[in-house]
Design a protein around this ligand. Structure first.
Ligand code: SF4
Length: 257
């Protein structure tokens, strides 16, 4: 993790400007690393290998609804273990009834039948629309809007998942994009806490409000402040006993705690 440095001379700026500045600096300097989606080396290896199994990442994104992310992101690996294959052609040859049986038997999701249908449909789309190669969604330096649009074409994929996927591809997998306008912030608990405590949004702001505030702060790449909010939230702005004295934005934060 790149540690944010206290920026001398920035003390007079507003917290939003500083968050954008810090986020841009980290985005420029960060490198691709293994993302600990589920904190299990074998499962994370499958999810991170977007060169060979890009469909694992896409299908995991589609599963990330209504249950804890760590559980949702293990589903592709569970399917691989059950079927003893993860080739797209093999996955596409499995019936929706069989997926439903696997989901139910292994209790993979809170909504096993619905998510089995979404998994099945996602595999069919990857095979038919993307010629079996899900990385075509983000190949050839696409616009961020194109990537979000392609995700939205999958059954069960809403705006939140589509922008989260584009955000992960750009900021964590370091996939080149032609632009970053459509990559919104992904307001997880750390991001929400920092945005609220800094006073950039109200204490009871909904997710949509946070997303639009981030767009206002940095329209050309709203999601860039994920970097700074996430790190501040993990390092200083903990749920209890925030360390405002040491915090990198302590001098400009409203400290709405
Ligand atoms: S730790 Fe304190 S100064 Fe830093 S973001 Fe949280 S409330 Fe603001």
């Amino acid at each position: 993790m790149v540690t944010l440095e206290r920026r001398k001379g920035a003390e007079g700026s507003m917290p939003g400007r500083l968050l954008v500045e810090l986020g841009k600096g980290r985005f420029r300097n960060s490198e691709r690393r293994i993302i600990p989606f589920v904190n299990d080396p074998e499962k994370d290896k499958l999810l991170n290998d977007i060169e060979h199994t890009p469909h694992a990442f896409v299908l995991a994104c589609l599963m990330d609804r209504q249950i804890k992310a760590e559980r949702a992101w293990t589903i592709p690996f569970a399917i691989k273990e059950t079927l003893q294959t993860f080739e797209v052609d093999d996955l596409a040859g499995v019936s929706v009834q069989e997926y439903k049986r696997i989901f139910r038997e292994k209790s993979l999701h809170r909504f096993n039948d619905d998510m089995a249908e979404i998994f099945y449909s996602g595999v069919q789309d990857i095979k038919e629309k993307h010629n079996g190669d899900a990385s075509r969604i983000w190949s050839s330096k696409p616009s961020s809007a194109k990537v979000v649009y392609e995700f939205l074409q999958f059954k069960g994929c809403g705006k939140k998942i589509a922008t989260m996927a584009a955000n992960l591809l750009a900021t964590q997998f370091r996939i080149p994009f032609a632009d970053y306008y459509s990559i919104d912030i992904s307001p997880d608990v750390h991001v929400l806490r920092v945005m609220r405590r800094t006073g950039l949004v109200s204490r009871d702001a909904c997710l949509e409000a946070v997303i639009y505030r981030a767009r206002e702060l940095n329209p050309e790449f709203p999601g860039v402040i994920d970097f700074s909010c996430w790190e501040i939230g993990r390092t200083w702005c903990r749920p209890r006993n925030p360390n405002c004295d040491e915090c990198v934005i302590g001098s400009v934060c409203k400290k709405v705690i």
